[in-house]
Design a protein around this ligand. Structure first.
Ligand code: CA
Length: 220
């Protein structure tokens, strides 16, 4: 899962990048509205955290323009304390949730998880597929109730596939959703990670769809 963080305050932006990376997300950061709009328009993010007070273009305009060009990723806005007008305007402009500064990082992480889950049509924090249960809060995977350790890249790939069960997911899509933009992306590594995941999962669960990509079998 890949998150766009838009925050012009360097310390907070750094804290967000760190906390989200630690939670297993690929993270891109923009420190002004113009870059934010551009990135959000061209890159496929799974969610965005958007500060409203930004240089070059304010957050509400960024959000309105994203929605105007059909970008539907969940957006959590960060608003100034006690400014309820901003919250109302943000929600009207297409925000899915808001947090008031200062906030607790744990709350931001919980709200983001919920937004990403709902966008994928999942109500529960634990994603399930047959005998697999992936806890999106802790990153813990169990297979038949037995804990199976995952590396952070394995977690990102499996998380993405579990959010998109039954869909064919191309290698290019996986690359875009598990790496940030400035990362040295190599789609061949995806094959390596998939190979390692398959060794940890029940046989046949991750199918290869020739020429198209991978599909996590939908098992109820
Ligand atoms: Ca700001």
């Amino acid at each position: 899962m890949r998150i766009l963080v838009v925050e012009d305050e360097p310390i907070l932006a750094g804290q967000l990048r760190q906390a989200l990376s630690d939670a297993g997300y690929a993270v891109d950061v923009a420190d002004n509205g113009r870059d934010a709009y551009y990135l959000g328009e061209v890159e496929p993010f799974d969610a965005a955290v958007l500060d409203l007070g930004l240089p070059l273009m304010d957050g509400l305009s960024v959000l309105g323009k994203w929605r105007g060009v059909g970008r539907t990723m969940p957006v959590l806005i960060l608003t100034a304390r006690d400014d309820w007008h901003q919250k109302v305007a943000g929600i009207d402009a297409g925000a899915d949730d808001y947090l008031t500064k200062p906030f607790h990082m744990e709350e931001l992480l919980a709200r983001l998880r919920a937004l990403i889950r709902r966008a994928g049509g999942h109500a529960d924090a634990i994603l399930r597929c047959g005998s697999l249960a992936l806890d999106t809060r802790s990153g813990r995977l169990t297979v038949d109730g037995r804990a199976v350790p995952l590396t952070s890249h394995e977690f990102r790939i499996l998380g993405y596939l579990m959010h998109h069960q039954g869909e064919v997911v191309s290698r290019a899509t996986l690359v875009e959703h598990i790496y940030a933009q400035d990362f040295d992306r190599d789609s061949n590594t995806i094959e390596v990670f998939i190979g390692r995941l398959r060794k940890k999962l029940p046989a046949g669960l991750i199918e290869t769809v020739r020429g198209l990509g991978y599909r996590l079998a939908e098992v109820r």
